[in-house]
Design a protein around this ligand. Structure first.
Ligand code: NDP
Length: 473
């Protein structure tokens, strides 16, 4: 594909929107608008859902599992053949450093491979019921599901919603974020080239405020899988309630990084900066609150600040760039608003250049636990570090957050690791590591970080209804 993928992808074809409306795509590193993407309206939404319903009934639902798996494997292959083009698109669209963009495209391919293989390992149960006979369970596809994805990891999140939904036998209407629709449209085109029937995966870029509500409330949509802000997630859940539609929601976070004095300080300090600043902090798993046991607080802070000064912020097309710009002007202003509101001491946090939405990573010390910057999701390159003296008090503060997505715990005391890991209220926790996402394992949050799980076999279960069938003797 040489032209930019800037149209809707419906029923196996690229299409223009009837309204003629478009959304400009701005490269956040240069502030230049480099393309206009067609914005779907209600007629295109209707046509996409209708096409998916037809595909579900006439083709995809009843395709033999072996053939479904072959097509998903082929999608992974085609993604791998197009890694460079997809990565360049993503990097230009949202300012992601090119090396990270390549890794994320490869991650998308791995997700398709995992679910291609999962199709043949997705079993029901046989249950020995009291009255004899034979009781078995079936996992059945739901029908047409909506996948609504954000701008921070556009390609991998589109893959980790589409792949398990398709693997389970559903058709998918994918709505990318308005700021980052390009790789999602290309995914639709590539999946079709790989053999996915027309209608199985539709891609409808368009404003969430316009077509989002209609998509969620459409009677043919059986499930909504959403990643984004907690406020929109709550709105979707409320809109889904009257028809009891299934929802899975992956929302905001304010994840802790907890360091006990017995940890490997060198490794913990060397890895902590990128656990919060990767993707320029625009990551729901960012470890943006660091709790450090007082005995190692000063040593940790010195090492952390030194490591942060060494991070390479700049042109995302350079191979060695670690932090690109923020996604938009308004996102940078929002992050700067947090910085200007704190009473803490800030190191960094300045604009390094006059062009592009860049911001140096900021380390905030002496912050009060009541402050916005300590309690709310910043979604930018900002970290707050505080000392603690008592494990119980520290855990109370960690769990006072309304969020509960992810976190890290550093200690060499096995008993403590287990005790604290059990008590942290989060869906994902890493011990002596900052790794949150594994294709094979469930990913999602407690409390206001969400509902349901992406990835692993849990995600595939979430795209099915469970049926119990009883055969009398
Ligand atoms: P949103 O929640 O607004 O957007 C996420 C997705 O939802 C986009 O595709 C968006 O479309 C769509 N959407 C917006 N409104 C509706 C609606 N009424 N019905 C259905 N879909 C809708 O996130 P933002 O991009 O505005 O980011 C705001 C904040 O959210 C961030 O600063 C961050 O705190 C958090 N966030 C968390 C993410 C995570 O990974 N957990 C990811 C992104 C954001 P459109 O782009 O067209 O508006």
């Amino acid at each position: 594909m040489t032209d930019l993928p800037n149209q809707l992808f419906i029923n196996g074809e690229l299409r223009r929107a009837k309204s003629g409306r478009t959304t400009p795509q701005i490269n956040p590193a240069t502030e230049e608008a480099f393309c206009e993407v067609q914005a779907a309206g209600l007629p295109e939404l209707e046509s996409a859902i209708e096409g998916s319903q037809r595909c579900f009934i006439e083709s995809w639902r009843d395709l033999k599992p072996g053939r479904r798996g072959e097509i998903l494997f082929q999608i992974a292959r085609v993604i791998r053949d197009n890694v460079e083009e997809l990565a360049q698109l993503e990097s230009r669209n949202i300012g992601k450093p090119i090396a990270d963009a390549r890794d994320e495209v490869q991650l998308g391919a791995r997700v398709f491979e995992y679910y291609a293989g999962a199709i043949s390992k997705f079993y029901g149960q046989t249950i020995p019921v009291a009255r004899g006979g034979l009781d078995v369970t079936l996992r059945q596809p739901m029908g047409v599901v909506a996948a609504i994805v954000p701008w921070n990891f556009p390609f991998p999140i589109a893959c980790w919603k589409a792949a398990p939904a398709l693997a389970a036998g559903n058709c998918v209407v994918l709505k990318p974020a308005s700021q980052s629709p390009l790789t999602a449209i290309m995914l639709g085109v590539l999946a079709h080239q790989a053999g996915l029937p027309p209608g199985a995966l539709q891609v409808i870029p368009g404003a969430g405020s316009e077509i989002g509500d209609a998509l969620v409330q459409h009677p043919a949509i059986r499930k909504i899988s959403f990643t984004g802000s907690t406020s929109v997630g709550a709105r979707i859940m409320a809109m889904a309630a009257p028809e009891l539609k299934r929802v899975s929601l992956e929302l905001g976070g304010k994840s802790p990084n907890i360091l006990f004095a017995d940890c490997d300080l060198k490794q913990a300090a060397a890895t902590a900066p990128m656990s919060v600043f990767a993707n320029t902090g625009q990551d729901c798993c960012a470890r943006s609150r660091i709790f450090v046991e007082r005995a190692i607080f000063d040593a940790f802070v010195d090492k952390f600040i030194a490591a942060t000064r060494g991070l390479r912020v700049g042109d995302p097309s350079r191979e060695d760039t670690q932090l690109g710009p923020l996604v938009s002007k308004s996102q940078r202003e929002s992050v700067e608003g947090f910085l200007s509101s704190t009473s803490g001491t800030i190191t960094g946090g300045k604009r390094p250049s006059s062009t592009g939405y860049f911001l140096q990573p900021a380390v905030v010390l002496d912050v009060e636990s009541t402050e916005r910057i300590w309690r709310e999701e910043v979604f930018g390159p900002v970290v707050c570090i505080r000392p603690f003296d008592d494990e119980k008090e520290m855990l109370a503060e960690v769990n006072a957050s309304p969020y509960g997505l992810s976190g890290s715990l550093w200690t060499n005391d096995l008993k403590r690791a287990l005790r604290v890991a059990r008590q942290v209220e989060s869906g994902v926790l890493s011990i002596n590591s900052h790794s949150s996402v594994h294709v094979e394992a469930p990913f999602g949050g407690f409390k206001q970080s969400g509902l349901g799980r992406d990835l692993g076999m849990s995600a595939m279960e979430g795209y099915t209804e469970l049926k119990n069938i009883y055969f009398g003797e």
